[in-house]
Write a protein that binds this ligand. Structure first.
Ligand SMILES: Nc1ncnc2c1ncn2[C@@H]1O[C@H](COP(=O)(O)OP(=O)(O)OP(=O)(O)O)[C@@H](O)[C@H]1O
Length: 289
């Protein structure tokens, strides 16, 4: 199996026809997250009934689905925050459901998460928030080095240096998202989870955040699991889209292929007025074919 080297990574849409892209039987080396037969229930309610997913190393995968289709629950299961009723989940070669503290720690050290609301500690400054995972996973770091690392992450997330000493309440919504992103990147994780990163941002702020995610993904070689309702994000930066519907992943493919799938939710979502607008915006973007 040939793996696409990061430097040779083609434009996201080119990958749809890239014969060297790993296929459905990709090896563990190609796959950052492997989910098989995932079953999730809350009482009588079944949310997932046999979800299968491979997230390839170095891709941005956009996870979409109607409200309540189980996107966040899927993310929480992959992160080991909620045990499912059935199935297996492998994250970076580790069994995410084993319950072994060493496995847990391995996954925690190698994943960064931006929750929908940013989930920053409101009583800590941005810098202190970014330092939290550093303190936990690298307790031996000198204070000055930890401070420098936090500053670096804050800048990486596109915030000015003076944001470091501000409380989350002193920042705009967009800046808070960036602060959450800085914290998610604190440990230099190869895997980044983003839950609706552009929700609540104005269109210009959302587009800028999309660009930031793509730039960081390319520069750092990240694998990104991105939950979104934002069609612009799907068209602008996602390599593949995974569609949750009918308690399963009904399709995983580049957006150009997803659009053509004859499924009622997919057709409504991608061919409604907002879908058309996002597609047109992508077609008009510089560098579009
Ligand atoms: N802790 C919980 N207890 C009971 N039910 C839950 C719990 N967490 C999630 N659910 C239910 O699981 C279903 C899927 O929830 P989830 O948050 O994953 O949806 P989602 O696809 O992320 O939705 P949205 O797009 O609206 O954020 C919903 O019906 C929700 O009510």
């Amino acid at each position: 199996m040939v793996t696409v080297a990061r430097d040779a990574t083609p434009h996201p849409e080119d990958r749809a026809v890239d014969p060297t892209a790993p296929g459905p039987d990709a090896t563990h080396d190609d796959v950052a997250i492997r989910v098989r037969g995932l079953v999730t229930r809350f009482g009588e309610q079944t949310v997932h009934d046999g979800v299968d997913l491979d997230v390839r190393r170095g891709e941005i995968i956009g996870v979409v689905g109607g409200s309540g289709s189980g996107k966040s629950v899927l993310m929480r299961a992959i992160l080991g925050l909620r045990a499912p009723q059935g199935g297996s989940i492998d994250v970076l070669g580790v069994d995410a459901l084993s319950g072994d503290p060493e496995d847990r720690r391995h996954i925690e050290r190698n994943t960064g998460v931006l929750f929908q609301d940013g989930a920053l500690f409101s009583s800590l400054t941005v810098g202190e928030n970014v330092e939290v995972p550093l303190k936990e996973h690298h307790p031996g770091l000198r204070d000055s080095l930890r401070y420098e690392l936090a500053l670096l992450k804050v800048k990486l997330a596109g915030l000015p240096a003076d944001a470091l000493d501000k409380l989350p309440s002193q920042l705009s919504g967009g800046m808070r998202k960036r602060a959450g992103l800085a914290r998610a990147l604190a440990l230099d994780p190869p895997l980044l989870f983003l839950d609706e990163p552009t929700a609540g941002l104005d269109p210009i702020g959302a587009a800028a955040f999309d660009r930031l995610i793509r730039t960081l993904q390319e520069a750092l070689g990240l694998t990104v699991f991105l939950i979104t309702h934002d069609l612009d994000t799907l068209y602008a930066i996602c390599d593949r889209i995974a569609v949750l519907a009918d308690k399963k992943l009904v399709a995983v493919a580049p957006v150009a292929e997803i659009e053509r799938i004859d499924h009622p939710w997919i057709q409504d979502y991608f061919h409604g007025p907002r879908g058309r607008a996002a597609r047109d915006a992508k077609a008009d973007a510089p560098g579009a074919d």
